[in-house]
Ligand binder design. Structure first.
Ligand code: HEM
Length: 411
């Protein structure tokens, strides 16, 4: 990986920094030197919020040993997301596929981002999402019906649900669902910036197969349009085929594991607090509190596109900046008694879906899936018991999600 510097005071790109923390770049540095915390530490994985509290006790913003700027408050995370002086530039945080002809708009700055997101939004409408409701309900019921009495609610429920919904949304024919799930599983891992070389080549291969498959499917939908989102997207004028394909990959990557984690984190906290029934009574509030309390996306990153300032700290052009969404959502200045899981609270302005120009395009769909999934499970198995007091978490810097969630349904 090339080591690029933006100016004398800066520290190299985010990917360089993460390389160095893996021991492959210049100079020995641990992840904590780069990020201010160690995402692989089992204690951190179990309860990152304690570490965030310690970090914010030292100030709203700090510079890590490696020179990265980390913001821990709601105000400063929001500022990073809204301020056009922070963007993506040409520095990928994540292991992007160098062979990909067009990046998805998640990684773009205006004006490219504005144009592409505007075009995709023409097809990603709330009407399209609402039309999916009966299918989401049917898929949910089918998955719950198939769960054994002793079940892993990640592999048996939270994981397959969002991928089946996206499959449905894109109009993938049933005979191809299994192939699609395979790509989805591999591509979802590309959200982790600490990818190994092997995973990078595996995701590259899955991306190419996925693109070849969708190129054909788009041609079919162009010839014979259906009611699905892909047909609508294929009709949008001004969207090139590579852009269209990159968007399909983006929807899968951004919309899969995030929603898995919303559902699984939701079950964990609801059942853990004896509040599962609340999911059937006040689904909307429950989902918002889960998103605030234990957000599936824990952090987001930008780089300073010019010399600037954040919370009184000078930020030279090119400096990578992290906004800790997980910490912002527990900021006592915005959320009273923030460490209390309280499904009756006014959820307020949590940052689980981001803010500003990159605000999650799929938020309405994610909320709908979360509400339907949690309410249906509460209705079918109100006496559900978690059987592992400390279920394991997946190791991933950006996403916070359970590896498995064993439960006894007691239907
Ligand atoms: C609970 C589930 C979800 C969470 C927590 C979530 C979270 C987020 C966050 C935090 C961002 C902004 C990232 C940043 O600013 O750096 C984002 C962007 C995005 N999300 Fe989601 N997301 C979820 C589900 C979905 C779904 C279901 C879809 C679509 C099927 C989706 C599509 C997108 C897209 C396309 C973007 C990029 C928007 C842009 O760059 O303008 N997300 N999401």
């Amino acid at each position: 990986m090339t080591y690029s510097r933006y100016g004398d005071d800066t520290v190299g790109t985010m990917s360089d920094l993460l390389d160095r923390s893996n021991g492959s770049g210049p100079g020995p540095m641990g992840p904590a030197d780069v990020l201010g915390f160690d995402p692989n530490d089992p204690e951190f994985l179990r309860e990152p919020y304690a570490r965030y509290r310690e970090m914010s006790a030292h100030g709203a913003i700090f510079r890590t040993r490696a020179g990265l700027i980390v913001a821990t408050t709601h105000e400063l995370c929001g500022a990073i997301l809204r301020d056009p002086r922070f963007g993506h530039g040409s520095d990928p945080l994540y292991g992007r596929d160098p062979g990909q002809p067009v990046e998805s708009f998640l990684w773009m700055d205006p004006p490219d981002h504005t144009r592409l997101r505007g075009l995709v939004s023409k097809a990603f409408t709330s009407r399209m999402v609402e039309r999916l409701r009966p299918r989401i309900e049917a898929i949910t019921a089918e998955l719950i019906g198939a769960l054994p009495e002793e079940a892993d609610l990640v592999s048996g429920f939270a994981y397959p649900l969002p991928v089946m919904v996206i499959t449905e949304m894109l109009g993938v024919p049933p005979e191809d669902h299994e192939r699609f799930s395979g790509w989805s599983e591999i591509l979802a891992r590309s959200l982790d910036p600490m990818l190994t070389d092997e995973l990078i080549s595996e995701t590259g291969r899955a991306r190419r197969e996925f693109r070849d498959y969708f190129r054909d499917l788009i041609a079919i939908r162009r010839a014979r349009p259906g009611e699905d989102f892909l047909s609508a997207l294929a009709r949008v004028e001004g969207l090139t085929e590579p852009e269209l394909l990159a968007t399909c990959v983006l929807l899968l990557v951004a919309g899969h594991e995030t929603t898995v984690n919303l559902i699984a984190n939701g079950i964990l906290h609801l059942a853990g607090h004896g509040l599962l029934r609340q999911a059937a009574e006040r689904p909307r509030q429950v989902v918002e509190e889960v998103l605030r309390y234990d957000p599936p996306v824990q952090l987001t990153s930008r780089i300073a596109l010019e010399d600037t300032e954040l919370g009184g700290t000078r930020v030279p052009k090119g400096t990578p900046v992290l906004g800790l969404i997980g910490a912002a959502n527990r900021d006592p200045a915005v959320f009273p008694d923030p460490d209390r899981f309280d499904v009756t609270r006014d959820p307020g302005r949590h940052l689980a879906f981001g803010l500003g120009i990159h605000f999650c395009l799929g938020a309405t769909l994610a909320r709908l899936e979360g509400e339907i999934a949690l309410a249906a499970l509460a209705g079918a198995a109100p006496g559900l018991e978690l059987t592992d007091p400390a279920p394991p978490y997946k190791s991933n810097l950006v996403l916070r999600g359970l590896e498995s969630l064993p439960a006894r349904l007691r239907r």
